[in-house]
Design a protein around this ligand. Sequence first.
Ligand SMILES: Cc1cc2nc3c(=O)[nH]c(=O)nc-3n(C[C@H](O)[C@H](O)[C@H](O)COP(=O)(O)O)c2cc1C
Length: 337
Amino acid sequence: MLIDKFFENGRQFLGCKYPIMCGAMTWVSDPKLVSAVGNAGGFGLLAGGNTPVDILEKQIIETGELTENPFGINLITLAPVYKDQLELICRLGCPLVVFAGGIPKKSEIEKAKEHGARVVCFASTAPLAHQLIERGADALILEGSEAGGHIGPVALSVLIQQILFSVESVPIFIAGGIATGRMMAHLLMMGAAGIQMGTRFIMAEECMAHSKFKETFRMAKARDAVATPQFDSRLPVIPVRALKNEGSIEFAKLQLELLNKLDNNLLDKLEAQFRVEEFWAGALRSAVIDGDTGRGSLMAGQSVGLVDKVQPLKEIIEEMVSQAESEMQRLRDALNQ
Ligand SMILES: Cc1cc2nc3c(=O)[nH]c(=O)nc-3n(C[C@H](O)[C@H](O)[C@H](O)COP(=O)(O)O)c2cc1C
């Protein structure tokens, strides 16, 4: 197959058949999903989220029992349990860790590597990509702002030109807005070692997300997946891309109400910031687990507009690979004409 040549780097780095990663998704990426991705030839990531260490340890062991293929762990550096989780993955000798959420310290990257892990970091801007390589990252994920969940400020088309086209020292995986094999083919031909998807894998049969959560994804259009707005720099909001619902409307109203109170000295800034931060607490869980699609957080990328059915995981991966191969053959024929 033509695609084999383009898979080579990613295959070697991840140790799997297809360098197609299922991005970690808090509350979603459990042992069942991660092992199903591995068994289908892709590469799954367990979501560290804010999972207590004893539960994360059980999940790592359970995933290892469900698949013989490699998988990784995603740690959110801003999570209260992050330091303990890092200790755990070092103790267990996990082979691959993806640091997310904030910029990992050089000492943390070194520590993970000393314990045998390959380290992957998200680069949401060009300067950050260079800084992470300097700190020892073995590979980068470039994630465009069209992705689901917490997002960076720059669109994938620009990140590709700024980073993928200039960095050669580490493998680069691409995420955000990908849901077709045809797109994957072009990213591989541009130099990507592989890709990462989140939104499309929500629609896997093996994904435990509530059926109402999946149904909302099925019905949604690309433009429904919007980034949380920030109205004033006095009330900073970490942008998250999610489907619009009652919760997001209420959140916007809350910000305006708090800003009004700040203007009239009816509230101090700290209290206002606390009210903003607590608003979404538990909201992803209630959407994913309880199916509260009205008030819960429906984190989704704009690629939601490209998914319209629930499918077995193996079918998703096989479809991605066969579409990518057809696209490469189409281009080869076009070039030879
Ligand atoms: C519901 C949801 C939860 C997510 N949680 C995390 C997370 O815990 N850690 C992380 O690094 N990325 C998280 N992400 C981002 C995904 O891992 C992935 O990079 C992203 O979904 C890729 O963009 P796409 O949705 O367009 O495919 C999440 C995404 C979604 C949709």
